[in-house]
Design a protein around this ligand. Structure first.
Ligand code: HEM
Length: 420
């Protein structure tokens, strides 16, 4: 793919719903121009897309280059997460009930993350890898044996492996799993009209949050009486500074996991199949030596998809970047998808290259204390799924995806027809 040519840089308004409704190519052109000419830029406060009324009128700074995103991510003393990480505003109660340690600073962040990180180390993930492969086989064979020769890839395949993985890790009973995923989806795609179903987005999000909180609270109560070998049991038994976690704290982590663990991996899967379809040479190259090439290819899948488009930080003190002083207490937005197409960091960044190595993409964040806790888990799932998929249905092809309208947040595929 050709790098985008550049429109006038003054044209952009990164915080408006209007900007995010423009075709992806146009937006990419704006980011290419910003990277080249204005690596740090300041923009009016984002539109109040959820309609919450109480707006935070402060402007925000846009960080668009790969090395700047890494620098900001790795300097949590200057750029904190505890004042919120989302692009747009949301009601504080909603944030408190859903963000958990993603939106905390040390020392609380370190303690809470430390509690659960043991379950996500590469070593621990290697222990459950067998189960992930078995689930990947099940997902692909059930789709293949369905007999229709195709259908909506998201429903048939992409959504299913993350759902099984997270549910089994946390200990969500089968009867609740679909409900949990649907509620997590609503939180991510609340701004899309298809998600509303006639209910205002904020109310719809409130309902979804309630579903997740209730499921978590019930599960926590069950595990207190009947411990098992799962993450929920670890959470109800854990202590921070001598105190047990409250059910509300556990629920906020449950919501974070349900969202972070399901949507990201699913959308990467869909974007990757689309990229393999539009780049048949890359697919052939991958299939030629599948097991050896998959680990490298998966990194390119994540770079290419960049399912998380942005997260935010807030300055704790005045700081200089590109000769410009950002005052204290200002919002700084990290545009990961722009960093992942940065010409300074990637040779020919618009080329989908399953052999790209090294591939220091920012799909899991720019490093630092908030670097994606589920990175090993996501990589293992993507390897398992594409291994099964390309062995069982090597000719599977995807049509043009329909994307959710999620301005500047998640690069989310709503539906994508596939045939094999
Ligand atoms: C391809 C899949 C995934 C992508 C692209 C992704 C992306 C990200 C990003 C960009 C961050 C924020 C990094 C930062 O602020 O520096 C993050 C954080 C996080 N992710 Fe992932 N993620 C993925 C899969 C997962 C999975 C499977 C799980 C868990 C089951 C997970 C759990 C988390 C958690 C708990 C955090 C918060 C970490 C913290 O604040 O300390 N993610 N992820």
């Amino acid at each position: 793919m050709e790098p985008p040519s550049a429109p006038p840089v003054e044209d952009h308004r990164l915080g408006t719903a209007d900007f995010w409704q423009r075709p992806a190519e146009e937006r990419d052109e704006v980011f290419a121009r910003l990277r080249a000419e204005q690596p740090l830029s300041r923009h009016p406060a984002p539109d109040d897309m959820l309609g919450i009324g109480e707006r935070d009128e402060r402007p925000f700074w846009a960080v668009v280059r790969h090395d700047d995103i890494r620098r900001v991510s790795r300097d949590p003393r200057t750029f904190r997460s505890g004042a919120g990480v989302l692009f747009g505003d949301a009601p504080p109660q909603m944030l408190e009930a859903s963000m958990s340690f993603l939106a905390m600073d040390a020392p609380r962040h370190t303690k809470l993350r430390g509690l659960v990180s043991a379950a996500f180390t590469p070593r621990q993930i290697a222990r459950i890898e067998e189960g992930i492969h078995a689930n990947a086989r099940r997902v692909v064979s059930e789709a293949a044996e369905g007999g229709s020769g195709g259908g909506d890839f998201v429903e048939l395949i992409a959504k299913r492996l993350p759902l099984l993985t997270i549910s089994e890790m946390v200990g969500v009973p089968e009867a609740d799993r679909e409900r949990v995923v649907e509620a997590a989806d609503v939180l991510v795609t609340a701004l899309d009209e298809d998600t509303w179903e006639g209910i205002p987005p904020l109310q719809k999000m409130g309902q979804a949050l309630w579903t997740l909180t209730e499921t978590s609270t019930q599960l926590a109560a069950e595990r207190e009486h009947d411990p098992r070998d799962d993450l929920m049991t670890a959470l109800v038994q854990a202590e921070v500074d001598g105190d047990r976690l409250t059910h509300a704290e556990i629920a906020a982590f449950f919501v974070l996991l349900a969202v972070a663990g399901n949507d990201t991996t699913r959308h990467t899967t869909s974007h990757a199949l689309r990229a393999l379809t539009t780049n048949p040479g890359q697919r052939a190259l991958l299939i030629e030596d599948l097991d050896a090439r998959l680990p490298t290819a998966v990194e390119e899948f994540i770079r290419w998809a960049t399912p998380v488009l942005t997260f935010r930080r807030t300055t704790t003190t005045a700081v200089e970047l590109h000769g410009v002083e950002i005052p204290a207490d200002e919002k700084v937005l990290l545009f990961y998808h722009s960093g992942n197409r940065d010409e300074r960091a990637f040779a020919d960044p618009w080329r989908f290259d399953v052999t790209r190595d090294p591939n220091h993409h920012l799909g899991f964040g720019g490093g630092g204390p908030h670097y994606c806790l589920g990175a090993s888990l996501a990589r293992t799932q993507l390897r398992a799924l594409f291994g099964e998929l390309l062995r069982t249905l090597p000719g599977i092809e995807a049509g043009e995806p329909t994307l959710y309208r999620t301005p500047g947040f998640i690069h989310a595929v709503k539906t994508m027809e596939c045939v094999w």
